[in-house]
Ligand binder design. Structure first.
Ligand SMILES: C[S@@+](CC[C@H](N)C(=O)[O-])C[C@H]1O[C@@H](n2cnc3c(N)ncnc32)[C@H](O)[C@@H]1O
Length: 220
């Protein structure tokens, strides 16, 4: 693919790729290389992230799958360069994933990634914004998804306002957060109640030797 070079991570050599992605380790490798090359050239990924694309981004993203039921329809809000949506789709071939992203350059990158990885049968790019309940929903995405994922998109109260309307009645919000996740959940008690959601925090380790990552899991 012409993506190897000094800046491309040694993706295939990551010891956890096969155990986390199974048969899709090769496509995960292609994605990691796209992030390291085109992703940095287009300014979607900082150059200093290249050395930690696997641990901090690709593998870490798979953690959201812990809280997503089989065969779910998922929307990844604020997907950016495809995180966590693309690694989730690769690790979980049972899911249909919509990557929701308002910015043109990011949406274009996502469209190219989906084509390059051959994921078009169950991953779609939607250029647009998540909006609170009651706002005009021009995309018609409210009340449609079994799960809403996100990472690094907004503080929990605002994120709940954008994510809750996208859920079907019994859907689940899964937000990748840092170690402050329990404090964020405690501080958002009133917001959770308003959206009729109950939240818990799960600490997930995606593979042996990985740092734990925190999920806020909120459902009705
Ligand atoms: C800091 S980036 C995180 C990107 C990616 N999730 C990641 O972890 O690398 C936040 C992203 O959220 C998007 N965003 C901001 N507000 C949004 C909204 N209301 N609906 C959907 N996406 C939004 C931005 O365009 C941006 O791509």
């Amino acid at each position: 693919m012409g993506l190897s070079g000094p800046d491309a991570p040694d993706a295939a050599a990551h010891p956890a790729a096969a155990s986390v992605f199974g048969d899709e380790a090769g496509r995960a490798d292609v994605y990691a290389r796209l992030l390291a090359t085109k992703g940095t050239e287009w300014g979607l990924m900082g150059p200093r992230e290249v050395d930690r694309i696997w641990d901090r981004h690709v593998l870490n993203s798979v953690a959201v799958g812990e809280a997503i039921p089989a065969s779910a329809r998922v929307v990844d809000v604020g997907s950016g360069a495809g995180l966590p949506g693309i690694p989730l789709a690769l690790a979980r071939p049972d899911l249909h994933v919509s990557l929701l992203e308002p910015l043109l350059r990011r949406a274009t990158f996502l469209t190219e990634v989906v084509a390059e990885l051959g994921l078009g049968d169950r991953v779609v790019v939607v250029r647009g914004r998540a909006v609170p309940a009651g706002d005009n929903d021009p995309l018609g995405h409210h009340d449609r998804y079994d799960a809403v994922t996100s990472r690094a998109v907004a503080p929990l109260p605002r994120l709940l306002g954008w994510s809750a309307p996208l859920l079907r009645e019994h859907g689940t919000i899964v937000a990748l957060k840092g170690a402050s996740a329990p404090d964020e959940v405690a501080a958002a008690a009133a917001d959770l109640k308003r959206h009729r959601l109950t939240a818990s925090v799960a600490s997930v380790t995606t593979h042996e030797g990985a740092d734990p990552t925190w999920l806020v899991v909120a459902s009705r």
